[in-house]
Design a protein around this ligand. Structure first.
Ligand SMILES: Cc1ncc(COP(=O)(O)O)c(C=O)c1O
Length: 402
């Protein structure tokens, strides 16, 4: 019998079941609201996303300009990235993390590390497999795992446990269906630095329960006391890590290149090959001049990171002042591109504090609950604004509180 379509109902109006539980990314909606407020003359000061406001090193931008002016550099590129780029990544890992990576087989360039999260989920997850994600944590882990058909299991990070995973508590649960675990230190949003002890425990835990660890490491160059008190850390530098770890990394934060979309993943040749099987069906490589400029960025000396960190150190102090004005409490030893703080009881939670300062002072601060329920009583302030912007926000909020 011939099927008769009802012309008033589009077959495609119903999106796939895969999107159940997946909403538009919080910042995608919020930035639209802020744009609207600005159009109405509000001049919102935003301490939301961690998008560096400063340019990359001038050698990096001039490399991009020079290379893109040449003919012969505009075609499709290798799915595995340029050998020059992979070589530079390998040297960078050795220089800064003391990790040896085979440039040919243990590195895969990515169009930003965010896409790597999805590729990893699509490569390893079957419907019903369990994925451990941190709460609070980067929201994309959950969405990517759900899109790939996983059962998401949150592991709660608590302030009293210094925001580190509680392996003993996890081991009291059934881990037999857990295939993948996302871990991220320096941790976003709490600014927690990973410890030697925790990283070693993590590898033992992963081996014992045969869980693949995805260590997401985009913040390892942003920290107070760079190279004195704190040094960049890679989970791959621990013994036996390549058996169970894939590490994501990115030039977005460390080189002021968030909009360039340059990232990479590293791990054993087997894992890299498996992920390439998926990824090579999704895109057709990265623009070559971009890769060559990224090579230049990776070869910058210590001065680059020192200057970058000096700037963030002074902004961090201003962010502390802003939080003092609001009566929030925070740990002064935080690392990364944000400051995480608990909100005073009178506000109820981070969402109400955020709404109140946005409505009455035109200042946007991210509510911690965006990163999971364990962040409900916290807020996160980005360090991606100039000193004057913190000063203006402090003034506006002080006036509100008077
Ligand atoms: C924890 C974490 N992981 C990954 C990313 C993605 O970074 P990118 O895709 O720019 O490399 C971000 C960006 O904010 C992040 O905060």
């Amino acid at each position: 019998m011939k099927t008769v379509l009802n012309p008033s109902v589009n077959k495609f109006a119903e999106v796939s079941e895969r999107l159940n539980g997946i909403n538009e990314y919080y910042f995608s909606q919020k930035l639209r609201q802020i744009d609207e407020m600005n159009k109405n003359g509000k001049n919102v000061l935003s301490f939301g996303i961690g998008s560096p406001d400063q340019p990359p090193h001038s050698d990096v931008t001039s490399t991009l300009i020079m290379e893109s002016a040449q003919i012969g550099k505009h075609g499709y590129q290798s799915y595995k990235g340029s050998p020059l780029f992979r070589e530079a990544i390998s040297e960078w890992y050795m220089k800064w993390y003391n990790v040896s990576l085979n440039a040919e087989s243990e590195i895969l360039p990515l169009i930003g590390s965010k896409e790597g999260i999805m590729h990893i989920c699509m490569t390893y997850i079957n419907k019903g497999d369990e994925v451990l994600i941190p709460n609070p944590g980067y929201p994309t882990y959950k969405s990517a795992a759900l899109l790939a058909g996983a059962e998401v299991r949150e592991y709660i990070l608590k302030e009293e446990n210094n925001w580190l995973p509680d392996f003993e508590a996890l081991e009291k649960t059934d881990l037999s269906k857990v295939k993948l675990m996302f871990v991220n230190y320096p941790h976003m949003p709490t600014g927690t630095f990973g410890t030697d002890e925790m990283f070693k425990k993590l590898i033992t835990f992963a081996k014992k329960h045969q869980i693949l660890i995805c260590h997401d490491n985009p913040y390892s160059f942003i920290m107070p006391g760079f190279m004195n008190k704190n040094k960049p850390m890679s989970l791959l530098s621990y013994e036996g890590a390549k058996d169970v770890v894939i590490e994501l990394n990115s030039l977005s934060k460390s080189h002021n290149m968030a909009g360039w979309r340059v990232g990479f993943l590293s791990g054993s040749a087997e894992r890299v090959g498996e992920i390439l099987r998926f990824k090579s069906n999704m895109d057709s490589g990265m623009f070559l001049p971009l890769q060559l400029a990224a090579v230049r960025a990776l070869r910058l000396g210590e001065d680059w990171y020192t200057e970058l960190n000096e700037m963030y150190d002074s902004r961090r102090e201003k962010a502390f002042e802003l939080l003092d004005t609001l009566g929030c409490e925070y740990d002064k030893n935080q690392v990364g591109l944000f400051v995480w703080a608990s909100v005073p009881e009178e506000y109820g939670d981070g969402f109400s504090l955020s709404d109140e300062v946005l409505e009455h002072s035109n200042v946007f601060i991210t509510p911690g609950g965006v990163f999971g329920s364990a962040g409900d009583h916290y807020i996160r302030v980005s360090l991606c604004a100039k000193i004057e912007v913190y000063e203006e926000a402090i003034m506006r909020i002080s006036e509100l509180l008077e």
